[in-house]
Design a protein. Structure first.
Length: 310
């Protein structure tokens, strides 16, 4: 198959795999289309029953792990209570981004009366957010329309990510964080498995020219690999890195594996979110060898497709 035909075939498979039709057919057929979609995205045929690589193990969690705690931490509203349970009220109050509003219907939120710059999010999805600033205001009518489009989307079915289907859908508004230069701060994402940080990813300029740097947080050294996005610059080491690692470890520990997102703003630590399925288990690594290297660090109890069940 030549390059053009292969590219076209991949496009068709990816489109079918993400379609509403494939979600209603026999689960076995849907599972095979999901494998083909994985192949098109990541570049190799996966094993979800005997996973070895990072992406295979994340995908296996999507299929087999049914721990209700996953839904709690994936909910951008309920996770705030989880942070309080794990870290205590005093620490949670220090690191939680101020919550300005939360509602089941966007019409219940008076966006015009919210002070300062803020960010609007759906609690049950990924990438469902919109930044509102005094320099670039968004009308209430547009915000309400966007919010309803989010609320009508079943993200759990869209990406086959089980934990999102159990979430009561709501809209929340948080204060917009700014760094010392007035820009949206870099995002420090700690990938933890059973108390050990596998790697740290730092995201830059997500809305403009998304770059991502992968780091060994214990040595503060760049790992020469691209993960989904082009490699970014080496960031300055946060002054409170050890504390960030401690916070992320405590929050991830009850989950086995989790990615914990934190911000470091003017020497202050803020909690972002917890992600169970980064990249939906289909984030390509370049070189590909790191997919296996990082996957080896995600520990599972035993082999077989029931290993994730609790």
């Amino acid at each position: 198959m030549n390059g053009k035909k292969e590219k076209y075939a991949r496009k068709i498979i990816m489109k079918i795999s993400r379609s509403k039709w494939i979600r209603t057919v026999d689960p076995y057929l849907a599972h095979w289309f999901n494998k083909m979609y994985f192949y098109c995205r990541v570049g190799y045929w996966p094993s979800f029953v005997r996973p070895n690589t990072f992406n295979e193990k994340i995908s296996a969690m999507k299929i087999y792990k049914r721990d209700r705690l996953l839904a709690k931490v994936a909910d951008k509203v309920e996770v705030r209570g989880y942070v309080r349970e794990i870290l205590g009220d005093e620490k949670a109050e220090e690191i939680l981004i101020p919550l300005l509003a939360v509602a089941g219907s966007p019409e219940e939120i008076d966006f015009h009366s919210i002070p300062g710059d803020y960010i609007v999010k759906a609690n049950h999805g990924s990438g469902t957010n919109i930044v509102c600033t005094s320099d670039a205001p968004v009308s209430s009518e547009i915000l309400i329309d966007i919010c309803w489009s989010w609320l009508r989307t079943d993200y759990g079915i869209e990406k086959r990510e089980w934990c999102y289907q159990a979430i009561e859908r709501r809209i929340l508004v948080e204060k917009l964080l700014r760094d010392e230069c007035g820009a949206i701060p870099a995002d420090y994402k700690f990938h933890f498995s059973n108390g050990h940080c596998i790697f740290l990813q730092v995201d830059f300029d997500r809305s403009i020219d998304h770059k991502r740097t992968i780091i060994d947080p214990y040595k503060w050294e760049k790992i020469p690999v691209e993960f989904e996005y082009p490699m970014g610059p080496m960031p300055k080491k946060p002054k409170r890195l050890l504390e960030m690692l401690s916070i992320a470890r405590k929050l991830a520990e009850p989950l086995g594996y989790a990615r914990v997102d934190l911000y470091s703003v003017e020497n202050h630590i803020y909690f972002g979110e917890i992600t169970n399925y980064p990249g939906s288990g289909m984030g390509p690594f370049y070189p590909r060898e790191y997919d296996r290297k990082f996957g080896e660090k995600i520990e599972i109890n035993n082999k077989g497709k029931n290993y994730f069940l609790k």
